[in-house]
Design a protein. Structure first.
Length: 232
């Protein structure tokens, strides 16, 4: 992912529509949501699927002291990263429902990049001084937009991939604590934000769905106070 790649104007790549419309709160415009992506890595166990999660610091400005999935905001260079394998067609189409092709690619790359930066685990391989992300096993789960009342907002896509595709060992950068594999019960015991709990339930339902019933399924959108609607 070259550091000298041109960085597009993030406002020019925002398909937010109603999700990004400004509103008034105490005389100020609501913050514009930044495009972001999180990756739910799972592995199956007799007790059910385990998910890779870590705890945000208590002093974090956004969602402090809660367990989250690795992820973060899109960088300009993510638009230009060349993948080791391309996104599956169904995942690309799902992302492009509310994103340009360039942004859809960048969202998937951002999820893989943030995974590596936060956990040391690689979904891809190093190529010289760069890193080629492996996008071939990534599937789309849902989207969530931070409420307009929040001073920090994200238009976040949640993607999923099997943990068996990971390379390396967990070696956190310090951005997330308590990195590890959590069952649903263990994650709830470790304190979840309401939106993370809802996305986790969406993942559990997705994992329990027969593969032949996944294509064409309604895509969930969480916005406002974690209200679930269907992506239009």
């Amino acid at each position: 992912m070259p550091d000298d790649a041109p960085r597009p104007d993030p406002r020019a790549d925002n398909p937010g529509g109603a999700d990004a419309e400004p509103s008034r709160r105490r005389g100020r415009r609501a913050a514009r949501p930044r495009h972001a992506a999180a990756l739910i890595l799972w592995r199956d166990t007799p007790a059910g699927p385990e998910m890779l999660m870590g705890r945000r610091h208590a002093k974090s400005r956004f969602m402090p002291n809660v367990l989250v999935f690795p992820g973060g905001a899109v960088d300009g260079a993510d638009h230009y990263a060349k993948p080791l394998t391309p996104l599956p067609e169904a995942t690309r189409i799902a992302l492009e429902r509310k994103a340009t092709p360039s942004l859809a690619h960048a969202l998937a790359v951002a999820a893989v990049r943030e995974l590596f930066e936060e956990t040391g685990l690689a979904l891809g391989e190093r190529r010289g001084a760069g890193f080629a992300p492996d996008l071939g096993g990534i599937e789309y789960l849902c989207r969530a937009v931070t409420p307009a009342s929040s001073p920090i907002r994200f238009n976040a896509r949640f993607l999923v991939a099997p943990g068996e595709r990971l390379k390396g060992d967990i070696a956190g950068s310090g951005e997330l604590d308590d990195l590890g594999w959590y069952t649903r019960d263990a994650a709830h015991a470790g304190h979840l934000a309401p939106i993370t709990a809802l996305v986790m339930e969406e993942f559990i339902a997705w994992r329990c769905t027969a593969p032949d019933r996944l294509p064409g399924r309604p895509l969930a959108l969480f916005r406002g106070l974690e209200v679930k609607t269907v992506e239009r």
